[in-house]
Design a protein around this ligand. Structure first.
Ligand code: FEO
Ligand code: CA
Ligand code: CA
Length: 551
């Protein structure tokens, strides 16, 4: 580490009020040193009664956890969840909604299924000529994305089990009809076929799920509106070629979708706009109106905020885009912006072409805004900016938005950097975040599969799960708590209400696999089997102790 870097990092800590100890610094500087050496250093410098201690970076094909934690595999791709449905591929966002808040040990687990490797799902070689894909192969691929609703409950020994429940367990897939929650048809239709690219999400105060369609262009392509008067279907960046099977318009995807976890009823929330939504993070104002923060996860794209006109309304409201330089929310209301009136025919078109509209009104391009969480202690809004390689930002950061007077309906805010990826923190490419019931921040990293262990990412090991404690001797430090199997990303961290179980997705293990007889990862079953994306439940004395830890 260069001295200058260390000095500026300490200045940053001073500004944000974070603290750091020699232990944290040494652990975070630990790069590709062996596990044994790292453990020795941990013993030397970290002396505290804090329940969790950092593990070292690893490139092993294992889900490694800090001491005092263990995991059970709850659901894997292709597991039966009812008489007729099976669990989908590449699980991402998770949300547990108990049937009874007073006894939150039995309820519905929602799971996003974002995308897939054709090789595993349909046997079709990845990135080959999609015109050779059979109908049966397309059907397998269309089935494996969307979401799963699965009843789970806690047993007497506190482990969790899947309940094969034909009443509640179901799938949303690439073929499920989903209406638009909007009065004007979208590309002539009031309903879309299916949902996919379901990345991260959110939960509403009334217990429904928000699942976000992110990289939708991988399925049906996108409409090129470089010349707005002459929109052209563009399949150039397309990967799965679904338009060869069902020619659905790209405009039917890229929405936030609200799902009722009991009935599976879903609707696409047009009012929140159409882009590569990573997540949707909701806050209810004292008067019942809603504020929803959402980011467009692509290089140089923007951060948005929706404010409803009426309590609990996800249809009538105003969408704003962030100018993070001036600290202002800019309205995307058609009636208020002359520049939008010049380029678009109405509010619906503004929402469908959100990226272009945001650029026209002056939204600030950001380094891939991913997950968003509201700090339950400070009320600050944290936004992961995972990276922006063309701009030279390889390791990412977390942006902090402080709304004026901490009022989420405010039109002004202060923006600053909460945390930077790098050797000092031991974290690269922050992505999903979650606060546990004690207000500790948990972060997962998203170094893309092909980059792990190489060039700028050398020394960071596989992707991981990290903890930033809110109290105690490690307050503000970044501790690594888990290391993912080969090629995988840990996603969707979600705590059970008592904080003693952390549900976590292990997404895309072995995604670089080219031949089924030579899988790049065999997690979780081992023995040379093909990998299976899975949801795990992490528990252990260390997590129970963390929930009782007072600092
Ligand atoms: Fe699907 Fe932005 O992660
Ligand atoms: Ca993500
Ligand atoms: Ca990501």
């Amino acid at each position: 580490m260069k001295k200058q870097n260390r000095r500026s990092f300490l200045q940053f800590l001073g500004r944000t009020g974070l603290t750091v100890s020699a232990g944290g610094m040494l652990m975070s500087m630990e790069s590709c040193a062996s596990k044994e050496v790292a453990k020795e250093k941990t013993k030397e410098v970290v002396v505290s009664n804090f329940p969790l201690q950092s593990i070292s970076h690893s490139l092993a094909d294992e889900l490694q956890l800090a001491e005092g934690l263990s995991y059970q595999v709850l659901l894997s791709w292709q597991d039966a969840i009812s008489d007729k449905d099976t669990f989908g591929f590449n699980n991402d966002y998770l949300a547990f909604v108990p049937f009874d808040k007073e006894n939150p040990t039995d309820g519905m687990l929602w799971v996003n299924h974002e995308y897939y490797q054709s090789l595993f799902v349909s046997g079709f070689p990845d990135q080959k000529d999609n015109s050779k894909k059979t109908k049966e192969q397309f059907e397998k691929e269309m089935y494996c994305v969307g979401g799963s609703l699965v009843r789970i409950r806690q047993k007497e020994d506190e482990s969790w089990e899947v309940v094969q429940d034909n009443e509640y367990n179901r799938r949303l897939t690439g073929r499920t009809p989903i209406p638009f929650h909007w009065d004007t048809p979208i590309e002539g239709a009031t309903s879309a076929m299916g949902t996919f690219a379901n990345c991260s999400g959110g939960i509403t105060p009334w217990g429904t799920i928000l699942t976000c369609e992110e990289n939708y262009e991988m399925f049906y392509g996108e409409t090129d509106i470089t010349d707005i008067s002459n929109p052209v279907r563009d399949h150039g960046g397309n990967y799965f070629g679904w338009e060869l099977q069902e020619d659905n318009p790209p405009e039917h995807y890229g929405w936030v979708v609200e799902v009722n976890p009991l009935t599976g009823e879903a609707k696409k929330l047009v009012a929140l706009g159409r882009c590569a939504h990573e997540c949707a993070t909701m806050h209810e104002l004292p008067d019942g109106r809603l504020v929803v923060y959402t980011g467009d996860d692509s290089n140089d794209q923007c951060l948005y905020k929706y404010i409803s006109t009426r309590p609990r309304d996800l249809k009538e409201g105003t969408l704003y885009v962030a100018d993070t330089k001036k600290g202002e929310w800019i309205s995307l209301k058609y009636d208020e912006q002359e520049v939008l009136q010049r380029h678009f025919k109405d509010q619906t078109e503004v929402l469908v072409r959100l990226r272009q509209a945001a650029a026209l009104v002056g939204g600030t391009p950001l380094n891939r805004p991913e997950d968003i969480e509201i700090d339950p202690i400070t009320g600050h809004v944290l936004i992961s900016l995972t990276n922006n390689k063309p701009k030279g930002d390889y390791l990412g950061s977390i942006l902090k938005i402080e709304e004026t007077n901490n009022d989420k309906a405010s039109m002004t805010f202060e923006a600053s950097t909460f945390l930077t990826g790098g050797e000092e923190t031991g974290l690269a490419c922050p992505d999903n975040m979650a606060f546990d019931p004690k207000g500790n921040l948990w972060i997962t990293s998203d170094i893309s599969g092909g980059s792990i262990g190489k060039k700028q990412y050398k020394g960071f090991g596989n992707n991981g799960l990290f903890l930033v404690p809110s109290v105690g001797p490690h307050k503000g430090q970044v501790l690594q708590i888990a290391s993912a199997p080969i090629d995988a990303e840990l996603t969707g961290p979600f705590f059970a209400p008592d904080g003693k179980t952390l549900f976590l997705s292990v997404q895309h293990p072995g995604e670089s696999t080219k031949r089924l007889d030579k899988p790049a990862s065999s997690w979780p079953n081992g023995n040379g089997e093909i990998p299976r994306p899975s949801v795990v439940a992490i528990q252990g004395q260390a997590l129970s102790d963390l929930m009782n830890y007072m600092g």
